[in-house]
Design a binder for this molecule. Sequence first.
Ligand code: ATP
Ligand code: MG
Length: 256
Amino acid sequence: MTVIAVISPKGGVGKTTVAVNLASAMAENGRVVRLVDMDPQNALRLHLGADPGDVNGLVHQTLQQSSWYYTEYDSAYGVSFIPYGRVSEVERITFEAYLSQTPNWLRDNIAELDHDPAGLTIIDTPPGPSVYVQQVLSIANLVLVVMIPDAGSYATLPAIEGLLDYYCAHRSDFYGSYYVLNQFDAEHPLNRDIKNVMQNTLGERLAPHSIHRDESLSEALAFQQPAANYAPHSQAVDDLAQLAVWLENKVARVAR
Ligand SMILES: Nc1ncnc2c1ncn2[C@@H]1O[C@H](COP(=O)(O)OP(=O)(O)OP(=O)(O)O)[C@@H](O)[C@H]1O
Ligand SMILES: [Mg+2]
């Protein structure tokens, strides 16, 4: 079992979009992939055709002391997913307090569910530091940091590196953190400049393929399906397919 955390310092950069579409591309290539939504927005499931009225998710299972087993859904796109769930404010506060007192919560739940050494669990998170990111980074074998090519994102690099140092770097089961540039527009000189600076700063840790800004990703979400199903010939789907192969390579080294 390999756990990949998808994080970002800023909101709205494309974490959920990248998590879902990379997962479906990797499943397409034969990997068994489970997605876990650790974000109270509970939006990941909407990329996979979930019933919008379904309130079930990992928060309710936890508060009822029940297993994630009862809240794992198969999608029509080769990946299974565990939603956060639709919760009241009181439930969210209770859950977050429970998480801060139960540091092994995520590790235990994933271990209970996943007995496949070749299985891959990709976990989506809310932006910035939180009790969610803390639990996810504490068990991730690989981390993907999603960035957009602007100066504001670049300025957050030291903070992200600090989080990775604190939660990941010392663990023997941690295999590395990588950055992915999303919403890249090669026509914009500033986008190209930021990409160059990031390449100089991060070297091999910057994924070799950026994901272009491409409306088909937003449209796919509106149609509640991965972009590879909605617009298989789009630029972003091609970018994501290349990234999936690159990431599969990293996972294969971990899962060996
Ligand atoms: N490469 C892209 N090109 C165009 N639109 C994109 C791209 N990536 C993501 N988007 C759009 O940007 C919006 C935000 O994406 P998403 O919800 O995945 O970001 P997020 O980082 O998960 O946000 P949050 O921090 O709120 O969880 C969505 O409307 C999505 O469709
Ligand atoms: Mg998100």
